[in-house]
Design a protein around this ligand. Structure first.
Ligand SMILES: [Zn+2]
Length: 599
């Protein structure tokens, strides 16, 4: 198996071409409006809330930095952060923006590559089926749903035939390895005999893509088999791809690959339950709709949405089950400090019906008049008479509790606590007291489930900072690369340093953009700030000072290790080892003195 490849299979030339062709100001300008200020551009920081601009972009060097929150980097790390993408995904994103064709196959391991190929091969098969005579029933179904032919083609539906083995025998005919198809759940193993049969049969195939627009699985909408009505009775309406090495359901929201730019534009997302809710809403012009793929909406999903907006309209089915699911979706969203609004279709309708049967203005009105989750919940409670008794009010407080607790100490949490206190005509402290009791009862499990917690951007340790100081100097003055490289003092960021050195040897300079795959975000920010802070080009003497400090730190680290070894050697009465260590220690101490004298 091929080892992990951080470039995701892209050649160095391709990555450089993409970075060189990228208009940093135009891309970043989509996330915040930038104004020219001297040779740089300034604007409100897209990473933190602020009223006066402290976010600055240097178009010549392709770097950005925020003096408010300390975020910094280049266009690749910017896109990685804002779009929540990996390095190769960000390169793909920028390539698409720059109109550079993306070389095929760019998956991390050959194992995943085989799975990816299986999914795509099957997709080709399903798509061709829909256009063939056996796909006629599929096209008829789409037509009956008034799915526009152009939309259908554009979206890329497929057709899975009614036979048990149409994909399985296709794979056999083509002489392909069935295992990857089995691993992504397209094939199921026979229980009684050898061989496989199809998971998806008799229905419309809906492709599911992740945020990086890569095909990861399918959903099938079953269509009744007219020729075999008995056998057909127990088939579920929807069948979904199972989780696999390339499909993690908690990381995928159906439609987000297409909807995200509309979500940005509109300023909110519409969250629905089903695939056809999304598709019908899109077709009706509400292109900011997404759905979870046949699973409950989780905190990971909320975390995913939070990258694109802070406001979500939950628009679930009009029945009782839809109402329950609506309540369940509120908490994960609030946990991300999102503004949650709720819109409900009339009782026996779902968003799919509404989008197809109502005219656009009426649908828009329903969505735009979505109510704040708190107003919505209290209105439902009032209608059901919950506020007529003390007991009812008490119940209501407990029902709302998980949401208020999810908001924690945040500003929103405080605002809603106040509203609840006012609604029940009690004090804020009484509400807080009750919430504390409930949150203790529901246990600490909650905290463990908090998978979406973002890593704290605390300060880098001294040795890391020194190494990055050195790297920043080399990036600003490529003449220093060979010297720094041969000094061999960079340990923590060895990969980055090797990359810089080889690029500079080859091209004479190195764009900081190439480093996003080797450095973690806070290291990237640190380097960016250093580069922007240099008022003059760094010299050999500047570099010498830093190298010296690193050497001293390295000696100190080794000394500390040796002291520990010494203690354990003495405990074991290992005289020979004790002497060895003492000798090493005195040698290091001499080295340290020599270093100090050399300055
Ligand atoms: Zn900032």
């Amino acid at each position: 198996m091929r080892s992990y490849n951080p470039k995701g299979g892209f050649s160095k030339d391709f990555i450089e071409r993409v970075i060189e062709s990228t208009d940093t100001i135009a891309i970043i300008g989509r996330y915040t409006s930038l104004k020219k200020a001297g040779k740089n551009f300034k604007g409100l920081c897209p990473f933190h809330q602020e009223k006066t601009p402290s976010f600055s972009v240097d178009p010549d060097r392709g770097l950005f930095y925020c003096f408010g929150c300390g975020k910094g980097g280049n266009i690749v790390s910017f896109i990685m952060e804002k779009e929540g993408l990996s390095f190769p995904e960000a390169i793909e994103f920028l390539a698409r923006e720059a109109g550079i064709p993306i070389p095929r196959r760019r998956v991390i391991s050959s194992e995943n590559e085989a799975l990816q190929n299986a999914v795509e091969t099957a997709y080709d098969f399903y798509r061709r089926n829909l256009q063939s005579p056996q796909g006629k029933q599929g096209l008829e179904y789409l037509k009956s749903r008034e799915v526009d032919e152009k939309f259908a083609r554009n979206f890329g539906f497929g057709w899975a035939p009614f036979q048990w083995d149409s994909l399985a025998s296709f794979i056999e005919r083509k002489g392909l390895d069935a295992k990857p198809f089995f691993k992504v759940g397209l094939l199921i193993q026979h229980k009684e005999r050898k061989g496989f049969y199809d998971r998806f049969r008799g229905g419309i195939i809906i492709p599911i893509r992740n945020t990086a627009e890569r095909l990861v699985g399918f959903a099938l909408r079953s269509i009744p088999d007219k020729s075999n009505p008995d056998e057909d009775k127990n088939r579920p309406k929807y069948i979904n791809s199972p989780e696999s090495a390339i499909y993690h359901k908690s990381d995928v929201l159906f439609g987000l690959d297409r909807a995200r730019k509309h979500i940005r534009k509109m300023g909110y997302a519409i969250l629905v339950e089903g695939y056809f809710d999304v598709l019908s809403l899109w077709a009706a012009g509400f292109e900011n709709a997404v759905a979870s793929c046949g699973t409950a909406f989780t905190r990971s999903h909320a975390n995913l949405l939070a990258r694109f907006t802070d406001t979500v309209v939950v628009f679930y089915d009009g029945d009782e089950a839809g109402l329950k699911a609506t309540y369940r979706a509120i908490e994960p969203l609030l946990k991300q400090e999102m503004l949650v609004k709720i819109s409900r279709p009339p009782k026996n309708l779902d968003p799919d019906n509404v989008a197809r049967q109502w005219d656009k203005e009426k649908t828009a009105e329903l969505i735009e008049n979505a109510r704040d989750w708190f107003d919505f919940s209290s209105e439902v409670a009032r209608e059901s008479g919950l506020f007529d008794s003390v007991e009812g009010k008490f119940r209501f407080a407990d029902r709302i509790a998980p949401y208020i607790i999810a908001l924690g100490d945040s500003l929103l949490g405080s605002l809603y606590t106040k509203r609840l206190a006012k609604l029940l005509d009690v004090s804020k402290d009484q509400i807080i007291g009750r919430m504390k009791k409930i949150s203790k009862k529901s246990g600490n499990i909650r905290q463990e489930q908090n998978i979406s917690a973002k890593p704290k951007s605390d300060e880098l340790p001294k040795d890391a900072r020194l190494e990055l100081d050195l790297i920043a100097r080399v990036l600003s003055n490529p003449m220093l690369a060979e010297f720094v490289h041969s000094a061999d003092v960079i340990v923590l960021y060895k990969g980055a340093m090797e990359k810089i050195n080889s690029t500079i040897m080859e091209k004479g300079e190195c764009s900081p953009g190439l480093l996003a795959e080797y450095l973690e975000p806070r290291a990237m920010s640190y380097i960016t700030k250093s580069i922007l802070d240099f008022s003059e080009i760094p010299t050999r003497a500047d570099v010498d000072t830093v190298i010296l400090s690193i050497k001293k730190i390295n000696i100190d680290r080794k000394l500390k290790d040796l002291q520990n070894e010494l203690i354990s050697a003495r405990e074991k009465n290992d005289t020979k080892k004790v002497n060895d260590i003492l000798e090493k220690i005195s040698k290091l101490k001499r080295e340290k003195i020599e270093l100090s004298n050399s300055t």
